[in-house]
Ligand binder design. Structure first.
Ligand code: HEM
Length: 368
């Protein structure tokens, strides 16, 4: 009972923190919560000497890989995701058609992205056992373990996925022509455990973050049907990412005494950077809660947008991610629109990722 209560408390607190804390700075029991766009950028881009060096994905447990390794690995991520065929829009459409019943399960976006980026995650020459380990992880763990983290067996599926990755990666060799995330993971370390851990995080970065973004994008295509058809896809995608911010919060730990706003911080204190609210900060954004893709016609939004982080830990896959989402957005425009039937009472899930409420996405033809 106590465990269930703790889980409920944690989730309610999370939801309140991410959705409603507009105050620029606020201290709760464990964190200094920061929602000011200016302060978040200042911390990520300028205060790096006051912070512990951290990485979202290039880390072993909580220890980041060395900085030069991260730099090189980030270049390879960009290389992997930039190598793709020209017909992205028709590929996105094929993927949408293959998954014809988009059911209310929490992670359908992850499955679409797993299918779309199959070659970048693990090329078709990779073993069947590795491909099924990835499918297992994407279906069972990417979101589910996060939801159940406190209430039930912690990271049950994650541990199982790690074990499967470790076994399957043992027989994988580097490919010299078409790079994939397997190549990247095995180039980073000779240790089988560490390879499995890094590969799992790279699959999470791809299917988890892009998958959640795709779910929000489809929801926005439903909410703003005519705007969606009239607007250039890239602008629509950027605005959807700004308002839903799937990487809704980032954490940073201070190693030096400092102050943020009017709050004194000491070494060991953690700042929770509320990306979602920073992307709606009225001091930075005009009509911050309005879905207005045309704002992206000016240069300023890209400078203050927090969707992909800022500074040295910024997401190396930000441009390819926008291309992928734009391909999905464009593939709908010609003859389809999306309807969304929300499960009554369901609300967005706030965890590592911000995902939409449960519901059923229905594709409808514009021609009937
Ligand atoms: C729309 C999709 C995505 C979003 C919203 C997103 C968001 C982010 C954010 C906010 C960070 C910074 C984390 C921090 O500072 O603590 C980050 C870092 C990172 N992302 Fe993404 N990401 C996306 C897609 C991807 C994809 C497809 C990959 C492919 C592998 C990827 C790989 C990474 C890596 C490796 C880092 C760590 C970089 C470093 O430590 O220097 N991301 N991402």
């Amino acid at each position: 009972m106590a465990i269930v209560k703790r889980w409920i408390d944690a989730h309610i607190l999370n939801r309140i923190a991410i959705n409603t804390w507009r105050t620029d700075f606020r201290v709760n029991e464990e964190y200094v919560n920061i929602s000011s766009n200016f302060a978040i950028i200042d911390i990520l881009a300028n205060k790096t000497n006051l912070l512990r060096h951290e990485s979202g994905f290039f880390r072993l447990e909580y220890t980041p890989l060395p900085e030069d390794v991260i730099k090189e690995a980030s270049k390879r991520v960009l290389e992997i995701f930039s190598t793709r065929a020209n017909n992205q829009q028709s590929r996105a459409r094929e993927v949408l058609d293959r998954h014809s019943n988009i059911s209310p399960s929490r992670n359908f976006g992850h499955r679409l992205i797993r299918d779309f980026h199959r070659e970048q995650i693990a090329g078709s020459w990779r073993s069947d056992s590795l491909q099924s380990a990835i499918d297992f992880y994407v279906q069972k763990s990417v979101i589910r373990d996060d939801i159940k983290r406190v209430a039930s067996n912690p990271y049950k599926h994650l541990n199982e996925a790690r074990h499967l990755f470790r076994k399957a990666l043992a027989t994988e060799a580097p490919s010299h022509s078409n790079l994939d995330l397997v190549d990247l993971a095995i180039s980073l370390t000779p240790s089988p455990e560490e390879r499995a851990e890094l590969f799992q995080r790279l699959v999470l970065a791809t299917t988890g973050f892009l998958g959640a973004s795709l779910e929000w994008l489809l929801l926005d295509a439903h909410r703003h049907k005519s705007l969606h058809r009239e607007t250039a896809s890239e602008l629509f995608v950027r605005e959807s990412l700004r308002l839903s911010s799937p990487a809704c919060r980032l954490a940073r730990t201070f190693v030096e005494r400092s102050s943020i706003g009017n709050i004194e911080v000491s070494p060991g204190d953690t700042a929770l950077l509320n990306v979602k609210q920073g992307n709606r900060d009225p001091k930075t954004w005009n009509n911050p809660d309005t879905f207005m893709p045309s704002r992206w016609l000016s240069q300023t939004p890209s400078k203050v947008d927090l969707t992909f982080g800022k500074g040295r830990g910024i997401c190396p896959a930000r441009n390819p991610s926008i291309e992928t989402l734009s391909a999905f957005s464009e593939s709908l425009k010609e003859d389809l629109y999306i309807e969304f039937w929300k499960v009554p009472g369901s609300s967005p899930l706030v965890g590592t990722l911000l995902t939409p409420p449960r519901g059923i996405f229905v594709k409808r033809s514009l021609k009937t």
